[in-house]
Design a protein around this ligand. Structure first.
Ligand SMILES: [Zn+2]
Length: 186
């Protein structure tokens, strides 16, 4: 899969090649291609988008979010966009309650199937992808005003992306091709 900024004319669908011939490059978005950090993350975002959204589903808010990428915010915005896609698709796990027992206390473990409290995590022997700080970053996503002021460092981004991407892969029932590469080079 390859990320290219441009516009696709969905009204031209008379042949199998329509998606190729009705694609127009938009140079206004080319600055993304000059930033390797953003391009790499876009591969992962679009692979998840491809797996969860209906083909050609319009989502203006998602488009606006993608346009917010800049040279400073990519560590913070990438996990948020994945969260947004999961939420919009109706499959995001509960950010407040334990997946197993439903308690809202001490929920610090983010695993492949969602969020767990400390007691269940230890009983079920689930280690999770995130430390407490990274779990807090994910839990903050339900409050966009709070999340906007959060800083995400490289270590946290790796944990948060892995957690959300592994959860997405589990929902999509197929591994994400771009995940290993993205995590190894960002
Ligand atoms: Zn629990």
């Amino acid at each position: 899969m390859c990320y290219m900024p441009g516009m696709l004319d969905f009204s031209k669908k008379d042949s199998d090649l329509s998606k190729f011939y009705s694609f127009y490059n938009n140079t206004a978005y080319y600055h993304y291609l000059n930033n390797h950090e953003i391009v790499m993350r876009m591969h992962l975002v679009f692979e998840i988008l491809d797996g969860l959204y209906e083909p050609e589903m319009a989502d203006r808010k998602l488009f606006d979010l993608l346009l917010k990428y800049d040279d400073e915010n990519y560590r913070r915005i990438t996990p948020y966009i994945i969260y947004f896609i999961l939420k919009r698709s109706g499959v995001m796990f509960d950010l407040a309650a334990c997946e197993n027992c439903g308690t809202t206390d001490e929920t610090h473990t983010v695993a492949e199937k969602g969020l767990y409290c400390d007691t269940c995590a230890s009983q079920l022997d689930i280690s999770g992808f995130c430390d407490k700080e990274s779990a807090y970053i994910i839990k903050s996503m339900s409050n966009s005003a709070l999340y906007r002021n959060i800083t995400v460092n490289r270590k946290q981004e790796l944990q948060v992306l892995k957690a959300l991407a592994e959860y997405s892969a589990q929902v999509m029932e197929k591994p994400l091709k771009s995940l290993k590469t993205v995590l190894s080079i960002i």
